[in-house]
Every structure is written in C-alpha cells, then in structure tokens.
Write a protein that binds this ligand. Structure first.
Ligand code: TYM
Length: 333
C-alpha cells in the first residue's frame, strides 16, 4: 500500500549520527519504496523557538538541506522544502491550536527539558511547538512519520489533535491520524560521553557526538575517547544491557551495518576493546565520510540548494494550501 511519508529536521546546526541513524537513514529507505510519496522538511520555524543568529540560521537551513541530499534523498523523488517558505504551516498551526488543549501541552516532556528550570522565560513558541509539528504532518494527510524515539510523544499529540478535530466537527477521517515509524532498535542514540543521555546537537561537548560533517581524524578521535568500562567485551545481551555506554556503541555499530545486536555481540566476543573501537571508527568513516564530503561539496553551490528549496516549497504549498482551505470551510469561515 502506498504511504504518505512526512518528516522534519530542525536546522539548528551540528546534525549528528543520532539524527542520521534515528531518522534520516530511514527517510532514504522509505523513498526507495516506489509507491511511497515522501515529503521531507527543514523545519526552520521550529528552530526559532530558541534564539538564533540570523546569519547562522541561514547557513544551517542550507546545511540541513545538504545533509538530506548527501544522505541520498532525491529531490526528483521526494519533496524537500523549508517550512518558512510555506505559509500554510503557520496558518494551520493556529487553526489546530484552537483544538489542542492546554493540558495536553503541559504534559510534553521535551518542553520541560528544553525550557529547563525557569520555564517562565521560555518562548511561547517553544511551548506551542508541538502544534506546529502537528500542522506539518496533518496538512499533507501523512499516513506515516519516521522519527527517533524522542518525538514519540509529539506524534501522540498529533494523533489526539486529529481525532479531536474530526470528532468536534463531525468530519470522520478528514484529518488522517498518522502512524509513527520508530525503529524497534537503535531509535535513541546516546551521547559518547554518557550512555544515559541522548546524543544531542545542543550538548556543549562536541566529543559527545559524531557530527555528519566530521572528518576521518575527528571520528577516530571521538571513538577512541568514547566512554566505556573496563570489563571484557560481552558474551550475551544480558551482560550488555547493564553497560549503557558499551550498549550504545554496539547499537551504533549494528545500526550502521544493518545487523542485529546479537550479530555484533558474536562478532566481538573474546576480542579486545581496541579491536572493537578500531572497527567501529573504520565503519563510521566508511559510511559517514562520503556524506560529509558531499555536504561540503553541495554547500559550495548555494544557488543549487536554494533552487531545490524553492521548487520543493511551491510543490508543498500546493498541497498544504488546499488542506488549510478545507479546514477553514469545515470550521465555518
Ligand atoms: P530534531 O531536529 O530534534 O531531530 C530530527 C530527527 O532526529 C531524531 N533524533 C534522534 N534519533 C535517535 N537518537 C538521537 N540521539 C536523536 N536525536 C534526534 C529525532 O527523533 C528526529 O526524528 N520536532 C522535530 C522536528 C519536526 C518533525 C515535524 C518531525 C518538526 N515537524 C513533523 C516529524 C514530523 C525535531 O525537533 O527533530
């Protein structure tokens, strides 16, 4: 059955291995199924919920687009665009914001984490961010949304908004209730410095993540310094489960090689740590370095990237505009 796929990535710089393994790699796989319609968005309106430097933001929008292209998203097969060029997203977010409930937003753990202790000082945009995300998804009648584990709650909120709208306005199935596509394994890549913390672009330590723009030496250095323990490599997953940092490294190795954790455990049992880390660094270089080279090449041709975004945005606006018009009719405008 054909799927309508939608997903987004924030252009907040430092796109990393977590973004790649948790989401972008999956975007590319979904595009390979010919019957799917895929739309991938650089969610720049989401990025400004925290303060941005205008020049850096502009660069990061192009860089995120370059990451999509370099990872294998093909603009002749998928729509690639940036959110701020499609005004229907903001309009849709307002309309859906009148359906969403305060109580639902108050439960969002990502807001709590991002706002930190002083939530009075967080932007209003950060608070209503999940409603904009719901508009992104619902305006395209998306059936499936590939994301990492950390976006699960936002997807549940999107489903609640769709269901409530359909019920309130007695228009069954008008808004498609989307399914999250979260990989069973490795959907949460952790920091290289702390196996209990998510790998994140906002982590102050660059050593905590492998950036998609890292070169060979940086990858080798970060893997060499990645935190581990001093026990021998595990013989089974029971032992591995107790060792968060090592489990993360084994997960990264398995995910990047498209193999199960058990296969990785069997491959390395009885071997020493340096052998595993060397092999991990080697594999990451093999997979990530071509992407990083391509990103840098693409970034030299700003006009090409801007053209892709412009084309994609007009295709996206065509679809989104019609849905907003229908929503407005239903509401009574
Ligand atoms: P963002 O930009 O934080 O992350 C982009 C994608 O990368 C995934 N991800 C991870 N996966 C595994 N391990 C990690 N350590 C890790 N870090 C990030 C995220 O789950 C995400 O899939 N709100 C979204 C963007 C968004 C969106 C949407 C997504 C806006 N509108 C509509 C889907 C549909 C976000 O901030 O993702």
């Amino acid at each position: 059955m054909s799927k309508k796929i939608f997903s987004g990535v924030q252009p907040s710089g430092n796109l990393h291995l977590g973004n790649y393994l948790g989401a972008i790699k999956n975007f590319v796989n979904l595009q390979k199924e010919k019957e799917n319609n895929c739309i991938y968005c650089v969610v720049d309106l989401h990025a400004v919920t925290v303060k941005q430097n205008p020049e850096i933001l502009k660069r990061n929008i192009r860089e995120t687009t370059a990451v999509f292209l370099a990872s294998g998203i093909d603009p002749t097969k998928s729509i690639i665009f940036n959110q701020s060029m499609v005004p229907s997203h903001s309009e849709g977010a307002w309309l859906l914001g009148c359906v969403a409930r305060m109580g639902w937003l108050n439960r969002m753990t990502q807001f709590k984490e991002k706002a930190g202790k002083d939530k009075e000082k967080a932007s209003v945009g950060l608070y209503i961010y999940p409603i904009l995300m719901a508009a992104d998804i619902l305006l395209y009648d998306s059936t499936h949304v590939p994301v990492g584990e950390d976006q699960k709650q936002h997807l549940e909120l999107t489903r609640d908004i769709a269901n409530k709208f359909n019920l309130d306005f007695k228009c069954e199935n008008f808004l498609t209730v989307p399914e999250p596509l979260i990989q069973k394994n490795f959907s949460r890549i952790m920091s290289l410095k702390d196996g209990t913390k998510k790998m994140s672009k906002s982590d102050l330590s660059d050593q905590s993540r492998i950036n998609l723009t890292d070169d060979k030496d940086q990858i080798i250095n970060k893997i060499r310094k990645a935190k581990t323990d001093s026990d021998p490599l595990p013989h089974d997953d029971e032992n591995l489960n107790k060792r968060s940092e090592l489990k993360n490294l084994f997960g990264i190795f398995s995910s990047i090689n498209d193999q199960s954790l058990d296969t990785t455990i069997n491959e390395f049992k009885g071997k020493n740590f340096s052998e595993f880390k060397n092999k991990l660094a080697e594999t990451l270089i093999e997979k990530i370095n071509p992407i990083s080279i391509e990103i840098n090449k693409l970034l030299k041709d700003k006009e090409y990237i801007d053209k892709i975004l412009k084309n994609g945005s007009s295709q996206a606006e065509e679809i989104a505009k019609r849905k907003v018009e229908d929503i407005k009719k239903i509401i009574g405008f």
